[in-house]
Design a binder for this molecule. Structure first.
Ligand SMILES: Nc1ncnc2c1ncn2[C@@H]1O[C@H](COP(=O)(O)OP(=O)(O)OP(=O)(O)O)[C@@H](O)[C@H]1O
Length: 739
């Protein structure tokens, strides 16, 4: 598989000097934990280590009206505070499902042209002495920031990874205004926490001003099926589901090259790390982008995107990242993490010395890894937005690029594409988006390979809405020891948004289809502008539920691995723009997908993990909006609630199912074709077989599967191929029929 580089855009003019970062006023409480290996501690107000003391002013923090704690508890290193290494359960299908959503992005929308011009004419080049010649890692050869440990040194049980699907982001349109291109202002500008703000002071003390130029080159590929395959090899129970999604483990490779920017940048130091006001759900800071040391051309792109103020995670991480620190950042869903890692990464490209224009293979300077192709696409789209004006700055020399990729294909290229490994030697910034997902067993081997293929001397950024303890324990594999853990989720508050009401309904399987119908009907009656996502456990079960709801005349769309790329892209776009629609989906849509204004998220059946519950729920209540989440479980799945007991999930009053509704649902079920029930049954069995708490007792598992079969209106459970039963370890279990 080869990577084709499309002609990049031309840069026209050097950019004027960037503004510095004088003041950062963030409107939210942030926990920034500074951690140092061995002495991992939380220093909410006081920074014990001299290196940081110099960065933070001794000014007292002004507490917010809530009198809350300070922000930025910072931790360096990732020594676990407590708690065991949580095992992760291997599964299953859907993370590779998204693979082909984005083929349209191979089109010219991302293409530009590259015209190399004589740099000597560049005003910037004259003034700031930009060098020509091959890009090089200025810091190569040393690892001043501290060592990184290999995965092998970390404890983690390999047998059970507990996540299985991560979707993607897409953000062509914002809930806060017209499509990005036309947006002038956004509602976000008005979304202040209003609760006790504190100032963040920054001081520029290393006043290096440089010319910069960049070349963005982007190759987005299908997510790594390989890692998933390996994972499933270890977990035969997952094979059934994986087989469901094998068909979309796309081989498509598409790319764009965007010639990026030149900007003049003054480096800044953060003098003070101020406190934030404490609205646990306000995600906006008081800091405007134009107060920051960002190249003016990026600022123009930001303005066009309708962004004026930074979100809290952006304000919290930018000053640390631009100082060159490794960062592990945790911020709630839908709070702008993508821009948080892209913006400073772009600045690194912009600052890099120019390449010899004859260089055929410009190095990759920033490597962004996302678990799914869709997420990679969204990140690239966001990068494109931020880089919108960079092509006009007239840079004549390509100096390097940004590559957004999924782990599997990236690994393939490292192994099979000639010259690719050399290009990777230019990597200065590695970003792991959805870091916890990328570090779990499904991807870890690929990530190890990738990390081995890029320079040790680099900056690494990891972002996610969930950072479980085991990730903190293994993150040294990628991060320097003195990295900072920036947690924007205030300690003592939930990982979910308080504006999202969460309830659970416990009902036996035979009641679940009618209940789902009643819940949806009620919601539609309440809110004519409804926009609902229904998450199901596997692709096949998703197909079945979609079929059923369609038979019941609800306005539904479905997205899962069994649907082709063009269909998914179309449905995804439609759902993004529409109201009055229900999206029935598997976990391909669980992480990162940026659908605006989702009013309700329903999760049917056991979520693969606590993290997966949080990410799925995070499809609603984005950018500070309200939302609702309902978790529909069978009584034997109730144990899951203990894994999310810190979240405010209350018991919902049991909706009543009248006899007519019951009959209507039964009739609709009887209309569904037998094949969809058979495949759903098999997939259901595979999914729960891989869920330790359910799958450990095979006899009980089969009883439950047959209960599910009856809930679909079948008197006799469908027969399953012997081979599949063997792989699942279910041969000779009473109650199963084989063929
Ligand atoms: N400073 C900003 N002002 C206004 N909107 C912003 C800003 N930064 C990002 N956004 C928008 O906020 C939305 C959510 O951003 P993003 O998808 O990056 O969130 P996230 O934190 O990565 O979510 P998830 O955890 O679900 O992946 C996007 O539509 C994005 O365009």
């Amino acid at each position: 598989m080869s990577i084709k580089f499309l002609p990049p855009l031309r840069l026209l003019n050097p950019s004027p000097p960037a503004t510095r970062f004088p003041l950062m006023n963030v409107g939210l409480s942030i926990n920034t934990r500074r951690s140092i290996p061995i002495f991992s501690r939380v220093f909410p107000f006081k920074f014990k280590y001299p290196g940081y003391a110099s960065q933070f002013s001794t000014r007292s923090f002004r507490p917010g009206p809530t009198g809350s704690r300070p922000e930025f508890s910072r931790r360096t290193g990732s020594k676990p505070e407590r708690g065991e290494v949580r095992t992760s359960k291997s599964l299953v299908e859907d993370e590779a499902e998204i693979s082909d959503w984005v083929s349209d992005l191979r089109t010219s929308s991302f293409r530009g042209r590259f015209i190399s011009e004589d740099e000597s004419d560049s005003d910037m080049g004259r003034r700031y002495g930009s060098k020509r010649g091959p890009a090089r890692d200025r810091d190569s050869g040393s690892n001043r920031g501290g060592g990184r440990e290999g995965f092998s040194t970390k404890r983690r049980r390999e047998s059970d990874s507990d996540e299985f699907g991560e979707p993607t982001r897409r953000r062509t349109e914002s809930t806060f205004g017209p499509p990005r291109k036309n947006r002038g202002t956004t509602g976000l500008q008005n979304e202040k926490s209003g609760r006790g703000e504190r100032d963040l002071w920054f001081k520029r003390d290393d006043k290096r001003v440089k010319g910069e130029r960049g070349f963005i080159d982007y190759d987005d590929e299908v997510e790594g099926g390989e890692g998933e395959r390996k994972r499933l090899m270890r977990n035969p129970g997952g094979l059934v589901n994986r087989e469901e999604s094998d068909d979309d483990d796309g081989n498509g490779v598409f790319e764009k090259n965007v010639l990026s920017s030149t900007g003049l940048k003054e480096e800044f130091d953060m003098k003070d790390r101020p406190s934030m006001s404490t609205s646990s759900d306000s995600f906006m800071s008081e800091t405007r982008f134009d107060q920051c040391s960002i190249s003016p051309l990026s600022l123009k792109g930001i303005k066009d995107a309708g962004y004026e103020k930074m979100t809290v995670v952006q304000a919290a991480t930018l000053p640390v990242i631009v100082k060159g620190k490794d960062v592990l950042a945790k911020a709630k869903t839908g709070t702008g993490k993508t821009v948080a890692f892209l913006l400073p990464s772009i600045e690194v490209v912009v600052k890099s010395p120019p390449l010899d224009r004859d260089q055929k293979r410009p190095p990759i300077i920033v490597l962004v890894i996302c678990p799914t192709r869709e997420l990679a696409t969204q990140a690239a789209t966001e990068a494109n937005t931020l880089l919108k004006y960079h092509p006009s700055i007239g840079v004549q020399v390509v100096i390097g690029g940004i590559l957004v990729a999924t782990p599997g294909r990236l690994k393939d290229h490292i192994e099979n594409t000639s010259g690719f490994a050399t290009r990777l030697m230019g990597v200065k910034v590695l970003v792991l988006d959805e870091a916890d997902r990328l570090l779990d067993m499904g991807f870890r081997k690929d990530i190890e390979k990738i990390i081995a293929a890029i320079p040790k001397q680099r900056q690494t950024l990891m972002f996610s809405a969930t950072v479980p303890e085991e990730v903190r324990q293994i993150c040294h594999a990628a991060l320097k020891r003195d990295h900072e853990f920036i947690n924007t989720v205030e300690e003592g508050t939930e990982d979910t948004h308080s504006k999202v009401r969460q309830t659970h309904v416990i009902a036996p399987l035979d009641k679940q289809f009618p209940l789902l119908y009643v819940i949806l009907k009620d919601h539609i009656a309440d809110d004519p502008d409804y926009k609902v996502i229904v998450f199901c456990t596997t692709a096949r079960v998703t197909g079945l539920v979609a079929g059923l709801l369609g038979e019941l005349n609800l306005n539904i769309r479905e997205i899962h691995s069994r649907k082709g790329q063009a269909y998914r892209t179309r449905v995804s776009d439609e759902f993004r723009k529409s109201r009055g629609l229900i999206l029935v989906t598997s976990d391909v849509s669980a992480r990162g997908v940026d659908y605006p204004d989702v009013t309700l998220v329903i999760q049917v059946g056991l979520p693969a993990s606590r993290e997966q519950y949080i990410h799925r729920l995070g499809r609603t209540g984005r950018k500070g909006k309200e939302g609702e989440g309902i978790l529909l479980l069978a009584p034997w799945e109730e144990f899951f609630l203990s894994t999310v007991k810190d979240l405010p999930i209350t018991e919902a009053p049991m909706p009543s199912i009248d006899p007519d509704t019951k009959k209507k649902v039964e009739r609709a079920l009887s209309q569904l074709d037998m094949n969809s029930k058979q495949t759903a049954y098999q997939a259901w069995l595979g999914y729960y077989n891989s869920q330790k708490k359910v799958g450990n007792d095979k006899y009980r598992l089969v009883e439950l599967a047959n209960e599910f079969s009856r809930s679909m209106g079948l008197d006799t459970p469908p027969a399953i191929p012997k081979l599949v039963l063997g792989k699942m370890g279910l041969r000779n279990i009473p109650g199963l029929r084989s063929k």
